[in-house]
Write a protein that binds this ligand. Structure first.
Ligand code: GLC
Ligand code: MG
Length: 269
């Protein structure tokens, strides 16, 4: 079984043909693949995107940057209880009000274990420095994640996408080499810091690409192709036996790392 964890925006979603090809492959795998969507969006927002882009129903939703896990419509309360430790949302919000540069995101994106702002890159470093210092002196178990040169998420220390992946991996007892994460931006980085395998899609932001390039290359695959084409490319690299060699649109790359395979998955459906 493969535990397949993917980000949505600019990873699984971004090229409709690629998303359709991904859906066909996942369906062809039946029970061999357990699908997890790990997204910065709230569940409401993510399910809106699911309808709009006809995404498959996942086995698990890890939404609001991994701070909420849902399975068959139910919030995972064990996970929630872990995040509650040392988390004081009201105090976090109070500290942030000192900085007018922090603009609150939409109300739907403010969640029990997530406070989210937009922040321009020029102010990001010093404000994050100040916030970190104040969280430390107030003994708040909070962490900051800045992504896409725009979004600042404040989450409980234990609650990011990476910890959510490890939690699900343990819950389902899936070995690290059978767990694969896919992403494109800074809020995905924590998933690449787990023991799982990782696929960085070709259109990924520099913030993720640079980190992965300096980290362990054996566990991570930098796809040449963008969006879900990149996911399929990486899956074929890690799990070639799941891609029948002949007469199938899903062929494994002939020469991994070579130049001659960029159009391998250019098909629809
Ligand atoms: C999504 C969420 C937003 C968050 C961002 C980065 O866009 O809606 O709240 O800040 O992801 O994690
Ligand atoms: Mg993304």
């Amino acid at each position: 079984m493969i535990l397949l964890v993917t980000d949505l925006d600019h990873t699984l979603v971004g090229d409709d043909q690629a998303t359709a090809a991904f859906n066909s492959w996942v369906k062809s795998q039946g029970e061999q693949v357990k699908l997890v969507y790990a997204t910065g969006r709230s569940l409401t927002s993510a399910q809106g995107l699911q309808r709009e882009k006809t995404l498959l129903e996942p086995d698990y939703w890890a939404v609001s940057v991994g701070t909420e896990i849902y399975h068959q419509g139910e919030l995972d309360l064990t996970w929630a209880a872990q995040l509650d430790q040392g988390w004081d949302r009201a105090r976090v919000v109070q500290i942030t009000t000192q900085f007018p540069q922090l603009k609150l995101q939409l109300a739907t994106e403010q969640r029990p274990w997530k406070v989210s702002f937009t922040l321009v890159p020029g102010d990001a470093d010093w404000i994050m420095g100040e916030l970190t210092a104040q969280f430390q002196s107030s003994r708040l178990a909070a962490q900051l994640i800045y992504s896409s040169d725009r979004d600042l998420d404040i989450l409980p220390k234990q609650g990011h996408k990476g910890h959510a992946v490890t939690y699900l991996q343990n819950l389902r007892q899936v070995p690290a080499e059978q767990t694969v994460v896919c992403g494109d931006s800074g809020n995905d980085l924590s998933m690449f810091q787990t023991s799982a395998r990782g696929i960085v899609v070709g259109n990924a932001q520099l913030e993720l690409r640079q980190w992965v390039q300096t980290a362990d290359q054996h566990r991570h695959y930098l796809a040449k192709q963008s969006h879900a084409w990149g996911i399929l490319e990486g899956l074929a690299y890690f799990y070639p036996s799941h891609f029948p060699p002949q007469n199938s649109p899903f062929q494994a790359p002939k020469q991994v790392g070579g130049l001659n395979r960029s159009s391998l998955y250019r098909f629809s459906n």
